[in-house]
Design a protein around this ligand. Structure first.
Ligand code: SAH
Length: 399
């Protein structure tokens, strides 16, 4: 971890890094073969050997690590981590004071100055997600910083990287007093049951907080709501709390049934009055058309990429068709909530899919409002891909 490695940046990319782009990508490197041990400190130089930035080597998707500072003399040590974490916590101070919301993100990777890991807060418990072997080498610095800055009941972690095929479902507990799961956390007054020790996903995606509140407070009353790719039914819960006539949740995963029942239960909603269907969404669309079912609100929140028995779904390629299927079973003047977390296209392109879908259906629509990441999922303008979330509320006029 202490060895410093010099990386030469191709001339056509030096300005990109000089203006603050944080992700070290292979294509930018002239000598990537010098990278050996993840967690090594790297120094970036231009072709005339001028210093550009300092960071670490860690393989994360197509990335080779992150730039952490443009100051050559700055040390990447525990003090550095603590300073970034301190600043990040200050940015969320008001969230800690809100008794109605006890789950939020406190550190969002490169958005808070250090790419490769995130920290979420769940009512006294902290969960660290590590996205590379490289950043995992700095675990002690991160843990020490947390110990110095906050009081906690416990710290949990998830390693979101492969360890050469030897990945084992580790116990995710790091330190403190072990929690009893599910943990019941709050979001704008609603309750979520979360599990910090049960696979990569904890039960709720915190980045949709504003969207859930908007559905509950402004759209759901009296409506029939179809929630597709529903996972634990978080959108359905908020729709029901907002007075929806009925919610229908559809997800392919077997676990979604018991998980969704649990989320309704902890919110005192009669789950038997709701439909929870374990099925391929694309099959359900066909069923709904055959039965002439229509909904006043349809929520679409697919994964960026998914393979089921019959389908491969890629948001970048297939979102337009997904929208067409949704349009067909949405009532006139109904609302489609189209969401994607795909980072390979931006809001403009996403709106292009919406435009194309309605056009191909000879339909008409109006965009009512749109959302990107909430403030606790801090992003920086130098790294647009980091702002991956795009959610558009669309009113179907006809189609
Ligand atoms: N909307 C959810 C998050 C969705 S996560 C929320 O707000 O919490 C993506 C979900 O899509 C997963 O639960 C996965 O099981 C489901 N999924 C993937 N492909 C599917 C398909 N073809 N049909 C139904 N569900 C699918």
């Amino acid at each position: 971890m202490t060895k410093e490695i010099s990386l030469k940046i191709k001339s056509k990319f030096t300005n990109k890094f000089k203006s603050g782009y944080p992700l070290i990508f292979k294509d930018a490197l002239l000598n990537s073969e010098v990278l050996k041990e993840e967690g090594s400190i790297v120094k970036l130089f231009d072709e005339r050997n001028h210093f550009i930035g300092k960071g670490y080597y860690g393989k994360q998707n197509k990335g080779y690590g992150w730039v952490l500072t443009q100051k050559e003399s700055e040390k990447i040590d525990q003090v550095f981590f603590e300073k970034k974490l301190h600043f990040a916590l200050k940015h969320r101070a008001h969230l800690y004071e809100d008794a109605e919301t006890t789950a939020f993100r406190v550190f969002n990777g490169e958005g808070d100055g250090i790419g490769g890991f995130t920290i979420d807060y769940f009512d006294g418990y902290y969960l660290i997600n590590w996205y590379s072997e490289g950043i995992y080498q700095f675990k002690e610095s991160v843990i020490t910083s947390l110990e110095n800055l906050v009081s906690f009941k416990a710290i949990y972690e998830k390693k979101r990287f492969d360890t050469k095929g030897q990945y084992m479902e580790d116990d995710d507990f790091v330190m403190g007093e072990r929690a009893e799961f599910p943990l019941l956390v709050k979001e704008n007054g609603a309750v979520f049951a979360v599990y910090l020790n049960d696979g990569a996903m904890v039960g709720v995606f915190l980045d949709q907080r504003e969207v859930r509140r908007t559905i509950r407070d402004q759209y759901a009353a009296g409506k029939t709501v179809l929630n597709t790719f529903s996972y634990t039914g978080a959108f359905s819960v908020f729709a029901a709390l907002g007075g929806a006539k009925k919610t229908t949740s559809v997800d392919l995963a077997n676990r979604s049934l018991s998980k969704t029942i649990e989320q309704f239960r902890v919110n005192d909603i009669d789950y038997e009055a709701q439909d929870i269907i374990v099925e391929d969404v694309f099959k359900y669309f066909k069923y709904a058309v055959r039965k002439q079912l229509k909904f006043e609100m349809v929520i679409l929140d697919p994964p960026s990429f998914a393979r089921s028995k019959k389908h491969t779904f890629s948001a970048a390629k297939d979102y337009k068709n997904l929208l067409k299927e949704a349009i067909a079973i949405t009532e006139d003047h109904g609302v489609i909530v189209a969401s994607t977390n795909c980072s390979t296209f931006d809001m403009k392109k996403f709106k292009g899919f919406i435009e194309a879908a309605f056009k191909e259906m000879n339909g008409k629509y109006e965009v009512l409002e749109q959302f990107s990441l909430p403030e606790d999922f801090k992003t920086i303008k130098e790294f647009k891909e980091g702002n991956y979330l795009k959610v558009v509320f669309i009113k179907k006029i006809k189609g």
